[in-house]
Design a protein around this ligand. Structure first.
Ligand code: HEC
Length: 139
């Protein structure tokens, strides 16, 4: 009985200043750890290589057709799949049909198709072509 009172009394005592400071410190570092984890999660999901969101047309090499390619091609995947490709013009052209037939892309025709395929062939052609303005780390 006396022990019960004693322990109750102990618990009711206000925490000493060092104890309180330690408590605050632990709270703060727990919060910091949480914030860091949340930050890492956000950084992961906004990786431009995986997520279409967060990319800008300027991620593609500047040139005639840059914006058209960006907007026609990022509805379903990011530009990473394009930037790591290196195909001759004919293959890019065939890929446009493949994307339409297999994956439901809006058919590209006429001038728009020419603009887009020309751009792709010029900037993402076979690696043996002169790498004009190409970023060696992206290819
Ligand atoms: C309607 C959706 C859609 C659109 C729009 C689209 N694609 Fe794709 N694309 C896909 C799918 C689905 C794949 C297959 C992805 C995979 O295999 O992981 C793919 C794959 C690719 C590949 C990889 C092919 C290979 O064999 O390595 C390239 C390159 C590509 N797309 C380029 C483009 C370009 C350039 C455009 C714009 C002209 C475009 N895509 C627009 C759906 C689309």
């Amino acid at each position: 009985m006396a022990g019960l009172f004693a322990s109750r009394g102990l618990r009711l005592l206000p925490a000493s200043e060092p104890q309180r400071r330690a408590g605050r410190w632990m709270l703060r570092s727990a919060f910091l750890a949480l914030a860091l984890m949340a930050g890492a999660a956000v950084a992961q999901t906004s990786n431009p290589a995986d997520a279409p969101g967060g990319e800008e047309p300027s991620i593609l090499p500047a040139g005639n057709g840059q914006e058209e390619v960006f907007y026609a091609c990022t509805a379903c995947h990011s530009t990473a799949i394009i930037r790591r490709s290196a195909f001759p013009r004919q293959q890019w052209d065939g890929l446009m049909d493949w994307m339409t037939e297999k994956h439901g892309m809006n058919p590209l025709e006429g001038d728009e198709r020419k603009l887009i395929v020309d751009y792709l062939a010029q900037h993402f052609g076979p690696r043996t072509t002169p790498a004009r303005g190409r970023n060696p780390f992206l290819n």
